[in-house]
Design a protein around this ligand. Structure first.
Ligand code: KG4
Ligand code: ZN
Length: 341
């Protein structure tokens, strides 16, 4: 089965061709055109600008990557939400046009579900080998979401906890701003943290002892702000120490809560997904703690941590087993607030 996948939920225009067979996937092509340079000057993503950029990019990308007529395609998959409404619409309308012309089935994919399935692509341009076993516990950490999800089987997701305020990626981006680092802040903080001491400042770890699986990062963000206000000479080393201590606090909470949930729910695998899963300290800590409780940890390849269409195609392959997941093009409208369950 061959799937064309389209992703335009935020600031990356992405297309992918995915093959699926015998419960495994293979990425044939994956192209991502980032608009980060355009949005960086505004300090964040401007939805209308994103949509215009997607429109400019998508047809040339299709023309370059696909043979006309789409004969080789069995399914067209597209991100239908959550995301920025005008941005989502460009991908959805493109997918609708293609399935109408090609007379192919259309499968809408939840962007968050897409991120989860990035963990099923563990080899680039080759058939996957090792895939997560169910039930799986997923920590989804991106710019807009921080959620703990319990997956009973393909497509059967249950949200068991989430952030009560900022998403983890959002906290990275906001603290980066406080340190005068450019957008997006996550990779910048991670880079600066390499030169800092993670024990230099003790930042709060919210809700760690609570029984639930929720998170909160706004207190941490405020604590960083107050700490910065108290320091007279904020030099490069202080910034690096703040970055390292902040990152340590985020990683500590994310890992400890997830491991606790995995143990309680007897998960057979742990999956880390979303843009923040590119963070090397977070990945390293998860692998170490997973070993201690003997639960295998799956992290996406670095190239599939951020937004991409390969993950949308992979999700579509596993979801295509249930015919209820397909829609007619007339029925499909993007939902910017789509939830995971
Ligand atoms: O999944 P994603 O690409 O877009 C959303 O769907 O939100 O996630 C983007 C988020 C941004 O907040 C970015 O700062 C963060 O992921 N991020 C990181 C790292 N790389 C990206 N955060 C921490 N460490 C990183 N290495
Ligand atoms: Zn994303």
């Amino acid at each position: 089965m061959k799937i064309l996948a389209i992703e335009t939920s935020c600031d990356e225009t992405a297309l992918a061709l995915i093959k699926g067979r015998n419960g495994k996937v293979k990425v044939e092509k994956s192209v991502v055109l980032s608009q980060i340079q355009t949005h960086a000057k505004y300090g964040g993503v401007v939805p209308e600008v994103a949509a215009r950029k997607h429109l400019e990019a998508i047809f040339p990308m299709l023309a370059k990557e696909l043979s006309p007529g789409g004969k080789e395609i069995d399914i067209v998959a597209v991100t239908a939400g959550p995301g920025l409404s005008p941005a989502l619409r460009t991908g959805v309308e493109t997918a609708k046009t293609l399935v109408w012309l090609w007379k192919k089935p259309l499968l809408p994919v939840n962007h968050l579900v897409g991120h989860i399935y990035s963990a099923w692509i563990n080899k680039d341009k080759q058939w996957t080998s090792d895939i997560p076993e169910f039930p799986a516990l997923i920590l989804l950490v991106s710019g807009g979401h921080t959620e703990l999800i319990f997956a009973h089987s393909h497509g059967q997701f249950e949200k068991i906890g989430e952030t009560l305020d900022d998403a983890a990626g959002e906290a990275f981006d906001k603290v980066a701003k406080m340190l005068d680092l450019p957008y997006p802040g996550g990779p910048q903080i991670a880079n600066l943290a390499k030169y800092g001491d993670e024990r230099a400042f003790i930042f709060p770890r919210a809700l760690l002892d609570k029984r639930n699986f929720d998170f909160s990062f706004s207190g941490l963000k405020t604590s960083v702000l107050y700490t910065l206000r108290k320091i007279e000479n904020i030099d490069k080393q202080v910034k690096a120490d703040i970055a390292a201590s902040f990152q340590e606090a985020v990683v500590d909470v994310l890992v400890r809560k997830t491991i606790k949930a995995a143990e309680q729910l007897k998960a057979k695998s742990i999956i880390l997904a979303g843009g923040v899963s590119a963070n090397r300290v977070l990945r390293g800590r998860f692998e170490m703690e997973g070993k201690k409780i003997q639960v295998p940890v799956f992290v996406p390849l670095l190239s599939y941590c951020g937004d991409n269409a390969a993950m949308i195609g992979a999700a579509a392959y596993y979801l295509s087993a249930d015919k209820n997941n397909f829609v007619s093009p007339i029925e499909l409208t993007p939902d910017p607030n789509l939830d995971i369950v």
